[in-house]
Design a protein around this ligand. Sequence first.
Ligand SMILES: [Fe+2]
Ligand SMILES: [Fe+2]
Length: 218
Amino acid sequence: MNTDFLTLCQQIVAHPDLHCRWLNTLSLMENTGARKIAHNEDPIHADLTMLKHAAEEFRHAYYLKKMIGRIDAFACPTYEASFVLAPHASKHYLHRLDVEVCRLLIQSGVTDPARFKAGAYLLVTYAIEVRADELYGNYQNALDEINSKVNVKSIIAEEEGHLQEMQEMLAHFDPMHQVWAEKACAIEERLHAEWLTEIAKEVAQFASLGAPAFNTTF
Ligand SMILES: [Fe+2]
Ligand SMILES: [Fe+2]
């Protein structure tokens, strides 16, 4: 368990306004991930695993948005910046990860276009699934502590399945898959820390002002 992150989750769920924007932020990021998977689908060869993965990530975006209604029926109707925590970092996190993983593949001499595309997709998705496991687990612990009406248990179960699928697909992709995976996770770790710093700043601002600290620009 990541105690720093758990503490942040505890601070977020304690304030309805922050909690709604947190849910909306996660929904935005799930939606970005879902669109990325859908974009990567081969129109002819998309298989059941890929279709399931895209469908479940879209469901996560929808489900998190629905959960907002359990706190405040009128909060965060869209992904406009004022309804999102750390809007710039939240919107660009996945794209930045994608760019850096592509750079890693180029620097490692992966030139075949099909292998490059598959490698980028697998490594980015794998790193995100490792993160999702940790993030939703801590968030659910914070929700349990206050007996919240919000829960993310169904998302946790599906993310565990995704992580396993990504591990299997990576193992087929390259015999050096563990080295690749560690490098992708190291990149993600840095970007995640930057994102979390921005989220923590907004949470601290909210706590000190006792009012929403809206950041209105992406
Ligand atoms: Fe997800
Ligand atoms: Fe996932």
